[in-house]
Design a protein around this ligand. Structure first.
Ligand code: AGP
Length: 595
C-alpha cells in the first residue's frame, strides 16, 4: 500500500528519502515520486513502476528538504499523472488514505477555476489547501481548516512555496510518525522508513499538526502547541515491518478487512454504473473457464459456485498444471479467467498463453502490478492486497474472492438474475462486512481449539458446495504451515471410503453456512462423531450437539469472506503450537515459476 517519507536536515535529502521509500517497498506500490526544494522552488520528479526507476531520474541535488511517496493506486490507474506528489498553486502534498467526499469538493473547487490534472482524491485535497490559503494566508490555519472539510482517512506530508524550509504533516485515521535526530527531522507512514537514521519517533494522533524544520519539530493541535511523548523503537527493521505482529501471516490476516474494503471500493461504489465502468465488458460470454493454482484455484472454485448459482451460466474451474496440457473446449463466447497473487506462476502463465494463442479472450486477476500474467492477459484486474510476504496466502486470497464476487455481481446485472430487493440486500451487507471480518479475527476461541488438536497427525475438513471450496483452502492453510496431513472432502463423499480413516479423537472440522445442505452435512459430521471423531463446526446457526465457532450469516456472495477467517486463524494457532516456521514453511516458495 502507499508509503510516505519526508526529510529536512543538513544532508542531501533525495538519497535519504529514497532509502526510506525502499524500506516501505514491502507494502507494495505501482509508482513513486519525490518533491524537493532547490533554490526556494519546489521540484517534482515522479515515475510509474519501481523506486529504482525513479532513482535513475533523480538529479544529484543539494536540496536538504523533500517529501516522497510510493503509491498503490486507489483513485485512478497507476500513471504519471496520478502518482504523488501532487502540486496545486502554492502547495505540494503526498497522501495516504482515501478522501471520501473528494467528488463533492472537486465540484466546488472547479467552480473556483481549479482544473484537476489527475483522477486522484489527493489532488483535490491539495487544491483545497491552496484555495483556503488564498483567504487565510497562514499555513497552519489553512491545514486545520482543511481537516474540518475533508472526510475520510489521510496522512499528509505538505510543502508550501511560502515556507520552503518546513515540512507540515497531519493525519486522520491513517498512520504517520515524526522522527528526530539532532539536526535532522523525518516524517514517515511506517517505522521501517526511519530506522536507517534513527529509532526515536513521535506518533501523531488524529489532527495533530507537526511542523518540521532542520533543527526543530513543533506539534500543534488546532492551533495550540502541544508536547508529544518520544518513543524509542527497540526492534530490528524486519520486526518493524511486522508492525508488532509475531509473524507476517498474522499481520496479513489482520489486514484483510481493510484490504477487502479497499478492493471492493476501488471497483464498486454501490452503483451498477461503477461495475460497468470499472470491470471489463462481460456481455459477450456464455461460459467461463477459471484457471489457477493452489489458493488461487480455491478462490476460483468459490467463484464457480457463485456464478453458476447467482447468474446461471456454466463455469469450469481447473488446476492450471492440468489445463495447460488437456484438450480444452472453448470458443469466442468463452472468457478464460486466470487468477494469481504473484502473476508469475509458471502453469497459470502457460494456460494463459495457450488461451491467448487460441484467440480466446483472457482476463487476469493479479496482485503484483506489472507481473508477467498481468502484462500478457488481454485484460487485468488488480487485487488491492499490497505486498504479501508470508508464503501462505491470506489477504491476497480474500482480495481475489472480493473481485470474483464483484464479477459475479456484474454478470448478474447483465443476465438480470437479481431482484431489486436482493441487489439492495447485497449492497447493504457490504456496510457491515469489514467489521464482521474484524470481529472474527479478534475472537479468542481459535487458540483454545488449537490446543485440543495440534498434536494430531491427520485432520479432516468437510463441507458441501461453497463450504467445500472454502474447506479446501482451510485444509491447505493448515498443511502448508503446520505440516499436519489435513484433507478436505465433500461431506457426502466420506462414507465412500475415507471414513475408514476416522478413529478415536480424529479432528473433523465441518463447515456449515449453506442452509440448503446444512442438515445433510450435519448428518455426515454425526457419522464421524459416532466413530470417535472430535468434531468442530464452523457454522452460521447455533448447533447444540457440537463444539461450534459461530460466524455471521451473509448473502452467498460475501459469505466466504467470513467463513475463511476462522480457518486461517485455526491453522495459524496450530502451527504456532507446533513451533513451525510460519512465514517460510519448508519446501515452499512464494512464487512458483517452475512447472
Ligand atoms: C497458498 O498459500 C500457496 N502459497 C499457493 O498455493 C499459491 O496460492 C499458489 O502457488 C498460486 O500462486 P499465485 O497465486 O502466485 O499464482
Amino acid at each position: 500500500m502507499c508509503g510516505i517519507v519526508g526529510y529536512v536536515g543538513t544532508k542531501k535529502a533525495l538519497p535519504i528519502i529514497v532509502k526510506g521509500l525502499e524500506a516501505l517497498e514491502y507494502r507494495g506500490y505501482d509508482s513513486a515520486g519525490i518533491a524537493y526544494v532547490e533554490n526556494n522552488h519546489i521540484q517534482i520528479i515522479k515515475k510509474e513502476g519501481r523506486i529504482a526507476n525513479l532513482q535513475e531520474h533523480l538529479p544529484d541535488s543539494p536540496s536538504t528538504i523533500g517529501i516522497g511517496h510510493t503509491r498503490w493506486a486507489t483513485h485512478g490507474e497507476a500513471s504519471y499523472q496520478n502518482a504523488h506528489p501532487h502540486q496545486v498553486g502554492k502547495f505540494t502534498i503526498v497522501h495516504n488514505g482515501i478522501i471520501e467526499n473528494y467528488q463533492e469538493l472537486k465540484k466546488v473547487l472547479e467552480q473556483e477555476n481549479y482544473v484537476m490534472k489527475s483522477d486522484t482524491d489527493t489532488e483535490v485535497a491539495c487544491a483545497l489547501l491552496d484555495y483556503l490559503y488564498r483567504e487565510e494566508r497562514d499555513i497552519q490555519k489553512t491545514i486545520d481548516k482543511a481537516t474540518k472539510l475533508l472526510k475520510g482517512s489521510y496522512a499528509f506530508g505538505i510543502l508550501c512555496e511560502d515556507d520552503p524550509e518546513s515540512i507540515y504533516a497531519i493525519r486522520c485515521s491513517s498512520p504517520l510518525i515524526v522522527a528526530t535526530k539532532e539536526q535532522e527531522q523525518f516524517i514517515a507512514s511506517d517505522v521501517p522508513a526511519i530506522l536507517n537514521d534513527t529509532n526515536e519517533y513521535f506518533l501523531l494522533d488524529d489532527f495533530d499538526l507537526a511542523v518540521l524544520r532542520k533543527d526543530h519539530v513543533s506539534f500543534y493541535h488546532y492551533g495550540k502547541e502541544i508536547q508529544k511523548e518520544k518513543i524509542i523503537f527497540e526492534g530490528t527493521v524486519e520486526s518493524s515491518q511486522k508492525e508488532g505482529f509475531p509473524h507476517f501471516m498474522l499481520k496479513e490476516i489482520y489486514e484483510q478487512p481493510q484490504i477487502v474494503q479497499n478492493t471492493i471500493r476501488f471497483y464498486f461504489d454501490g452503483t451498477k454504473e461503477s461495475l460497468d465502468n470499472s470491470l471489463p465488458n462481460l456481455e459477450p460470454y456464455q461460459s467461463i473457464h477459471i484457471v489457477a493454482c493452489g489458493s488461487a484455484y480455491h478462490a476460483g472454485l468459490v467463484a464457480r459456485t457463485l456464478i453458476e448459482e447467482i447468474v446461471g451460466i456454466p463455469v469450469t474451474c481447473e488446476i492450471a498444471s492440468e489445463y495447460r496440457y488437456k484438450k480444452v473446449f472453448y470458443d469466442s463466447h468463452t472468457l478464460v479467467i486466470v487468477i494469481s497473487q504473484s502473476g508469475e506462476t509458471a502453469d497459470t502463465l502457460a494456460s494463459l498463453r495457450k488461451a491467448n494463442a487460441d484467440g480466446i479472450d483472457t482476463l487476469a486477476i493479479v496482485n503484483v502490478v506489472g507481473s508477467s500474467i498481468a502484462r500478457e492477459a488481454k485484460q487485468v484486474l488488480y487485487t488491492k492486497a499490497g505486498c504479501e510476504i508470508a508464503v501462505a496466502t491470506t489477504k491476497a486470497y480474500t482480495a481475489q474472492l472480493a473481485i470474483l464476487s464483484l464479477l459475479t455481481l456484474k454478470l448478474a446485472c447483465i443476465h438480470h438474475t437479481l431482484q431489486e430487493d436482493e441487489w439492495l440486500e447485497i449492497k447493504e451487507q457490504l456496510r457491515t462486512l469489514p467489521k464482521e471480518m474484524e470481529n472474527l479475527i479478534l475472537s479468542k476461541q481459535y487458540e483454545e481449539i488449537a490446543k485440543q488438536i495440534y498434536q494430531q497427525e491427520d485432520i479432516f475438513y468437510l463441507g458441501r458446495r461453497l463450504d467445500y471450496s472454502i474447506s479446501l483452502e482451510g485444509a491447505l492453510k493448515l498443511k502448508e504451515i503446520s505440516y499436519i496431513n489435513s484433507v478436505s472432502y465433500p461431506a457426502g463423499e466420506l462414507k465412500h471410503g475415507t471414513i475408514s480413516l476416522i478413529e478415536d479423537k480424529t479432528p473433523v472440522i465441518g463447515i456449515l453456512t449453506d442452509a440448503n445442505v446444512m442438515e445433510k452435512t450435519m448428518s455426515n459430521l454425526e457419522e464421524t462423531s459416532a466413530r470417535g471423531a472430535n468434531v468442530f463446526a464452523i457454522t452460521t446457526e447455533p448447533i447444540n450437539t457440537m463444539k461450534t465457532i459461530l460466524i455471521p450469516k451473509k448473502h452467498l456472495l460475501w459469505q466466504s469472506l467470513l467463513t475463511i477467517i476462522p480457518l486461517q486463524l485455526l491453522a495459524y494457532e496450530i502451527a504456532k503450537l507446533r513451533g513451525s516456521d510460519i512465514d517460510k514453511p519448508r519446501n515452499l516458495a512464494k512464487s512458483v515459476t517452475v512447472e
